[in-house]
Design a binder for this molecule. Structure first.
Ligand code: ATP
Ligand code: MG
Length: 300
């Protein structure tokens, strides 16, 4: 990723600190101990950032994170619970940036991706086929791709430095990384948030198949705090409950970049630079992101 930030934020004395595949982190001397997390419209698949982006995606991801933060009764990194914490800023952000931004407490992040799975799919399914377990957790025999697990399981990964692949690890390895007390607290919080969120999604006809959380420690309070994005379509697999129950070929189509992934898989051999996404694929993907947020957040 290039390290170039938004010049309008630089003008407001926000220094571009870090570019992830999707989000940018800005720091300011005027806001010590805080960070501005700005989601972009960038979309990645198969570890490549694609072109063009998906218009509106950054705003939708931010809106969805904020919606979930407000419903989950665990400490989170927003400096204020409403409006992405942005009201605490002395100089307001340009509106199109504000729609994609959160003002957060800068935490000491744990190097763990706290993954919870309610269903067996993706890398969990791959691991199960080889060992009948996921991250060291033994599972019943005879499960198929996409099956619901007897109960949600915590399957952490080591958060590799930028450019390297995250790697599934056992709970015991997380104890080695962060100590027994924090490892257990992170696991318990993750399972708790997952079950709260899956129940909320289920009421809306949406299955939360799996998700990834990131936690950090708030240096001031010492509290383990939910950070990063939460329960967005980038960090989670959501399925349509009706399509899942009907059992057709699209029953495991996730509410995110499935359309992009399917198109790329058919038009690219995964060597070199991926091709430009056609306008039609971009629009269908944007519509899918909008559909998820409507399903989850609009009153029914
Ligand atoms: P990837 O592109 O694989 O997602 P990434 O997770 O490093 O890589 P982003 O998610 O785009 O990149 O960027 C967000 C970064 O900000 C992450 O490194 C995340 O750990 C970090 N982060 C999120 N919330 C906080 C916080 N409150 N304090 C400090 N760092 C945070
Ligand atoms: Mg990330």
């Amino acid at each position: 990723m290039s390290g170039i930030g938004d010049p309008r934020l630089e003008a407001l004395r926000w220094r571009h600190e870090y570019a992830g595949k999707v989000r940018d982190l800005y720091l300011s001397d005027a806001e010590p101990g805080r960070a501005l997390v700005v989601a972009s419209d960038r979309v990645s698949a198969f570890d490549h950032v694609l072109s063009p982006g998906i218009p509106g995606k950054g705003a939708l991801l931010t809106q969805l994170s904020l919606w979930w933060f407000s419903r989950l009764e665990v400490p989170n990194h927003l400096v204020e619970p409403t409006a992405g914490g942005l009201a605490a800023l002395e100089s307001p952000l340009p509106p199109d940036v504000a729609a994609r931004a959160m003002l957060v407490k800068r935490l000491d992040m744990f190097p763990i991706e706290a993954v919870v799975r309610g269903y067996l799919v993706g890398s969990g399914w791959v691991e199960y086929q080889a060992s009948r377990s996921v991250c060291g957790i033994p599972l019943p025999a005879g499960l198929s791709n996409g099956d619901r697990l007897p109960e949600p399981i915590y399957t952490p990964a080591y958060k590799a430095p930028l450019g390297e692949h995250d790697e599934n690890i056992t709970f015991a390895q997380t104890v080695e990384l962060v100590g027994a007390t924090d490892a257990a607290a992170i696991r318990d919080l993750s399972l708790h948030v997952f079950s709260t969120a899956s129940a909320i999604a289920e009421e809306r006809g949406v299955i939360l198949a799996d998700t990834k959380f990131e936690f950090g420690r708030d240096a001031a309070s010492g509290e383990i705090t939910l950070a990063d994005e939460v329960l967005t379509s980038d960090s989670s697999r959501y399925w349509d409950a009706e399509a899942y129950a009907a059992g057709g070929a699209n029953r495991l189509d996730s509410f995110d970049k499935q359309i992009v992934r399917d198109w790329l898989a058919a038009h690219w051999d995964k060597q070199g630079t991926p091709p430009e996404l056609p306008a039609e694929i971009v629009e269908r993907t944007a519509a899918r992101y909008r559909e998820l947020i409507e399903r989850l957040t609009l009153p029914r």
